[in-house]
Design a protein around this ligand. Structure first.
Ligand SMILES: Cc1cc2nc3c(=O)[nH]c(=O)nc-3n(C[C@H](O)[C@H](O)[C@H](O)COP(=O)(O)OP(=O)(O)OC[C@H]3O[C@@H](n4cnc5c(N)ncnc54)[C@H](O)[C@@H]3O)c2cc1C
Length: 460
């Protein structure tokens, strides 16, 4: 493609101020929060749906790849332009179009930041429950494309569970609306959920209609300390299979607790594992009763200490600490692989033990934390990419972690997506027939393979 022709045509669509070929922009938009790198040829910031549609028509005409991007917090390389071309930054489409209190729903543009939406809902005592730890930056479009989860997914589910409908620009530039305004709807195939979790490969989500929910009046947080990962895993399993229904059930291992403690300048008691539970509800007495029960279950699994946060500030500080786990661990080594292998709840203790064994076998550091209540672990494989031997061992350990998750009936990714990072392993989890159906769906919507090529399965 003639680069100056491409730029000229894009400027006609969005204006010169919304197009860049400056090397600093090409460099900044060549990465997400993972280890992947890929440079775009041109960066474009559309302002509305019709501009996105025109861009897709042009890209098809000139056969130029397009990679959509929100805030770039992805941990699997999804917004990294694997084959160059146009990098489409969706952050300027950031209007909250409707807050419909009567129907408990909102209509937002894809570039709205999660925290901005929730700040808007706060005065109404409403919220959007799935809450990725990247919430200060991540966009609704990115959350849709990854079907993000987060800490409260254990009780409230992921973005898939809160989406009523979407506006999508298809790879050929056509604009469609999926879903309905109603809370229920079984009218035809569920196209909304086809696009959710499709990692920006099937269409560009420009608007989303989301359900919202009353903020629970009370939330209490309990921290339980253990002297083995297995005991912590068993305690979490017990709480998850009781009728206590926590709104969060998180775990941090010793290395994570130490890193967070340094990073956040917070003191934690000595432990091998720290489990953090949150219980919410409209009656304080009821929330306290569930906390007492959960404490008993943890003590039965040999918790060495159990604390309940007395104030909202104390709870918030603990959540801030938990949410800083990734950045805190990233200070320990120059390179890291952030995984999110996920197993069924009953296999959590076994998976934790398997990760410890894998770290020993390959002699690499694998601190682990995560949304353990729903089996969603975040083993972080730390290494120094300047040391080829250590890099090799880190990659071998990662493969073993994926294999262990699959053997235990789990999945490669609970919430971060496959992207580039896990594409080579995709067939470990999915049959040839399944991948073939996915390929066919992709081909129907994007016959020229224009939209975010190279992602999800090897050779895409
Ligand atoms: C510190 C940290 C903590 C995190 N914690 C969590 C967590 O708790 N839970 C969780 O689930 N994830 C978490 N993540 C991962 C990440 O934040 C989420 O996947 C997030 O939803 C991505 O949003 P984004 O706007 O940054 O999207 P991007 O990273 O820009 O893009 C993500 C994917 O979406 C596609 N995309 C973006 N916008 C659109 C659009 N409008 N239409 C179609 N496709 C689009 C991109 O092509 C890409 O494939 C975390 C990441 C970091 C760095």
């Amino acid at each position: 493609v003639n680069a100056s022709e491409l730029k000229k045509r894009l400027v006609q669509i969005v204006g010169a101020e919304n197009v860049s070929t400056e090397s600093v922009d090409l460099l900044c938009y060549s990465r997400d929060a993972s280890e992947n790198v890929g440079k775009p040829d041109i960066v474009v910031w559309p302002n509305n749906t019709s501009q996105v549609s025109e861009i897709m028509k042009l890209a098809n005409e000139l056969r130029v790849p397009v990679t959509p991007r929100g805030a770039g917090t992805c941990l699997s390389g999804g917004p990294v332009p694997a084959r160059g071309g146009i990098l489409l930054v969706m952050t300027r489409m950031n209007k909250i179009l409707e807050v419909d209190i009567a129907n408990l729903q909102v209509l937002v543009e894809c570039g709205v930041v999660w925290q901005d939406l929730n700040n808007e809902l706060m005065p109404y005592k409403l919220f959007l429950p799935p809450d990725p730890a990247s919430k200060d930056a991540c966009t609704i479009g990115g959350c849709m494309a990854e079907c993000s989860g987060g800490i409260r997914a254990v009780k409230y589910g992921t973005f898939r569970d809160w989406t009523l409908g979407l506006q999508v620009v298809l790879p050929n530039g056509e604009v469609i609306e999926t879903g309905a305004k109603t809370r229920k709807g079984v009218s035809g195939y569920d196209l909304t959920r086809l696009f959710i979790g499709s990692e920006g490969t099937l269409g560009i989500i420009t608007r989303a209609r989301l359900r919202i929910f009353p903020l629970p009046r009370h939330r209490l947080v309990m921290s339980a300390y253990f002297d083995s990962m297995e005991s912590a895993g068993k305690a979490i399993f017990r709480v998850m299979t009781s009728d206590l229904i926590p709104s969060a059930a998180e775990l941090m291992d010793k290395q994570t607790v130490e890193a967070v403690s340094k990073f956040m300048k917070m003191e934690f008691p000595e432990c091998i594992a720290l489990a953090i539970f949150e219980f919410d509800g409209s009656s304080l007495g009821e929330v306290k009763r569930r906390i007492r029960q959960a404490r008993k279950l943890c003590e039965r699994e040999k918790a060495t200490r159990v604390d309940v946060s007395e104030t909202v500030e104390e709870s918030d500080r603990l959540w801030q600490a938990r949410k800083s786990a990734g950045p805190a661990l990233a200070t320990l080594k120059p390179s890291s692989l952030h995984e999110d292998a996920t197993v069924p709840t009953s296999r959590i203790p076994e998976m934790l033990t398997r990760i410890e064994q894998i770290a020993q076998k390959h002699n690499v550091l694998i601190p682990t934390f995560g949304h353990v209540g729903d089996g969603n672990l975040h083993p972080i494989i730390l290494y120094d990419e300047r040391n080829p031997d250590e890099k090799k061992r880190a990659e071998a350990a990662t493969t073993d972690i994926f294999r262990a998750a699959i053997e235990l009936g789990g999945t490669l990714s609970g919430e971060h997506g496959i992207g580039l990072s896990k594409a080579p392993f995709f067939s470990m989890e999915h049959s040839t027939q399944e991948i073939e159906i996915m390929r066919k769906i992709k081909n129907v919507l994007d016959p020229n393979n224009i939209l975010n090529p190279g992602k999800i399965w090897a050779g895409a």
